[in-house]
Write a protein that binds this ligand. Structure first.
Ligand code: SAH
Length: 399
């Protein structure tokens, strides 16, 4: 089955109005509308040929005249056609990376990470026998043939179900591409830890696979410590902490379903019931009360949703992070550990470290960075695209 939808016409010609040739040659895969000389009308997702200022061929990619992100690079190799052979090679390469690096104890992973795998806008997460496809934008949706990609994934991995997850506001409804619609959360393992992912109702594609190796890190830090997992979702960090020998684990999330799943995951991994407390609450309110009561934990994990969905919201996001990190520092026991996370690409690492510093200052304690971490290998990013490295995990020791 084809991986690409047939193009209605030959590639659209686009020309740069800004000199981005070097940036693109270095591997940055995006061109915004204001960097193009003209925006010729063409169906969304049309293949396009990008010319530099002088009119020489620079790249081939996906065009969306309606989007500020107007052009996404598929290839910068001159003369390479965006055909079935090209698409197949890209998918094979992405699979080969996972096959060579993934441990056998992990059946939940990201197979395609869009631009990071040279497959713009195409995302696929795998949970054992179920794969979830997600298209990032209308251009990629019209460019990739989802049925064909699903068929390829099923053939390559032997998955029996492929579910397409639509983003809210993108028009279509989520639906099954292969097999039958998943009726229950899907069981899978991560570093040998047992979880389920609700691929239909859950957040993202059902699980936050990007934190996998950071969760493993938390397992190795947990021994004998009392652990607080804020914005815990379905208990990812909590279960690892429990398995790592934590004295006690508290998971906080506003979502009732998430807290219930966290309890289930705790049990599924054979951990003693008394060791886990699931709290359905707003993390900020929970922290305020904990501070009032003088409660502290030796290991605190804070992994909130993005506070800055766009550039305009950065000032508000900074205030949010500062308030949150201050409260986190306040409930971290003397010489305790704080894992401060942010998944906001608009708040970069230097800015985030600055916010951590301000939080330590606010509580009048010295903090040291023990480690800085990010996304795992199955979430690759183009080297030339720092904004794709959204995940920050900073391990701090608070005196
Ligand atoms: N650490 C998790 C992923 C966290 S995702 C993991 O490893 O799987 C962010 C979570 O924050 C979501 O589950 C969401 O329900 C929760 N959340 C959002 N706002 C919140 C708030 N104000 N208080 C508590 N939880 C919140």
């Amino acid at each position: 089955m084809p991986l690409l939808r047939p193009a209605a016409a030959p590639p659209v010609s686009l020309q740069l109005a800004k000199n981005l040739a070097r940036t693109l040659r270095r591997g940055h895969p995006w061109v915004f509308a204001d960097a193009l000389r003209e925006l010729p009308p063409a169906p969304v997702g049309s293949p396009a040929l990008l010319l530099d200022l002088r009119g020489a061929e620079l790249a081939r990619g996906i065009y969306d005249a309606q989007n500020t992100l107007a052009f996404r690079v598929c290839s910068i190799v001159p003369g390479v056609a965006l055909d079935e052979g090209w698409a197949r090679r890209r998918l094979e390469k992405a699979l080969a990376i996972r096959q060579s690096l993934l441990g056998w104890e992990t059946t939940g992973f990201r197979l395609f990470n869009g631009e990071g795998d040279g497959v713009p806008g195409l995302v696929c997460d795998v949970y054992a026998g179920t794969a979830v496809l997600r298209m990032d934008g209308l251009g990629p949706e019209a460019f990739w043939d989802t049925a064909g990609v699903a068929d390829w994934v099923a053939g390559a991995l032997g998955v029996t179900t492929v579910w397409e997850r639509k983003r809210r506001g993108s028009g279509g409804e989520s639906h099954v591409l292969i097999g039958t619609p998943p009726e229950a959360p899907v069981a899978f393992t991560e570093n040998g830890v047992r979880f389920t992912a609700d691929v239909v109702q859950g957040q993202k594609t059902g699980f936050f696979l990007d934190q996998r190796e950071n969760r493993e890190r938390v397992r190795s830090l947990a021994m004998g410590r009392r652990v607080l997992n804020l914005f815990g979702y379905t208990g990812g960090f909590s279960i690892y902490a429990g398995l790592g020998g934590a004295a006690q684990v508290t998971t906080v999330d506003v979502s009732k379903a998430a807290i219930e799943a966290a309890g289930l995951h705790w049990k599924m991994n054979g951990l003693p019931r008394a060791g886990h407390e699931g709290v359905e609450a707003d993390a900020f309110e929970f922290l305020e009360q904990a501070v009032r009561e003088g409660r502290t934990w030796e290991l605190v994990v804070s992994d909130p949703p993005s506070f800055a969905p766009n550039k305009e919201s950065v000032p508000a996001a900074r205030r949010g992070y500062r308030r949150l990190l201050t409260a986190c520092a306040n409930v971290t026991a003397p010489d305790g550990l704080l894992c401060a996370c942010s998944c906001s690409s608009h708040v970069d690492l230097p800015m985030f470290l600055d916010l951590c510093e301000q939080a330590a200052e606010n509580v009048g304690r010295r903090a040291a960075i023990l480690e800085m971490r990010g996304q795992p290998f199955d979430h690759p990013t183009p080297l030339a695209m720092p904004e794709f490295r959204y995940l920050k995990f900073v391990l701090l020791r608070i005196e």
